[in-house]
Design a protein around this ligand. Sequence first.
Ligand SMILES: CC(C)(COP(=O)(O)OP(=O)(O)OC[C@H]1O[C@@H](n2cnc3c(N)ncnc32)[C@H](O)[C@@H]1OP(=O)(O)O)[C@@H](O)C(=O)NCCC(=O)NCCS
Length: 197
Amino acid sequence: MSRRSLARASALFRLPVRGRVADSADVLIRRETPADAATVREVTSRAFARPDRPVPVETVLLDELRGDPAWLPALSLVAVDAGGVVVGHVVATRAHVGPAPALGLGPLSVHPDHQRRGVGSALMHAALGAADALDEPLVVLLGDPAYYGRFGFVPAAEHGIEPPVADWRPYFQVRTLSAYDPGVRGAFAYAEPFARV
Ligand SMILES: CC(C)(COP(=O)(O)OP(=O)(O)OC[C@H]1O[C@@H](n2cnc3c(N)ncnc32)[C@H](O)[C@@H]1OP(=O)(O)O)[C@@H](O)C(=O)NCCC(=O)NCCS
């Protein structure tokens, strides 16, 4: 392959982040397997570690979601490095807008040693692509709009979707997918374990 076509190919297949080539090409994204569960838990704990909490809330949430009917194995994805080590994880679980099915995204975790290299972005793009391919209509999350806006998330209120807690509004965002129906509006309900943590 010529240098030029090699450059063109890498521009096609690598994820650009703010105009530069991201290191995310160094990870592969795939579905989680049962053998990954312990490492996924460890990555989540490291990503959300706080000095005041031996076990982060997000790790407890992950544990609870795993045992819940809302867990969707096809939407629990890991990022693995060149050595096959899990360095990041994302999961989307069954949620609802009124009676209509929807997805709640999170936790999204990247091991601290691997952050800011595009791994989180690669996981997010993969999760959204998988959800779209599965004909899911929309994905909701709670997070910083400055980060999630780049993945097409907008304030959920723009689509008439209301958070379970009114104070969450500034951080409560939705990404609509191909199967989105604008008639689906109303109260958003996460999977039940979210209410327990
Ligand atoms: C948030 C997280 C998943 C992002 O993964 P990542 O691999 O570091 O992200 P990427 O490399 O794809 O993107 C990095 C960019 O996102 C921005 N970013 C990362 N986390 C952010 C956050 N919480 N808020 C705002 N921006 C954020 C960075 O500024 C960076 O932008 P830059 O490249 O212009 O400097 C990761 O930092 C993480 O696990 N954090 C701890 C857990 C967490 O907060 N999870 C999200 C809530 S569920």
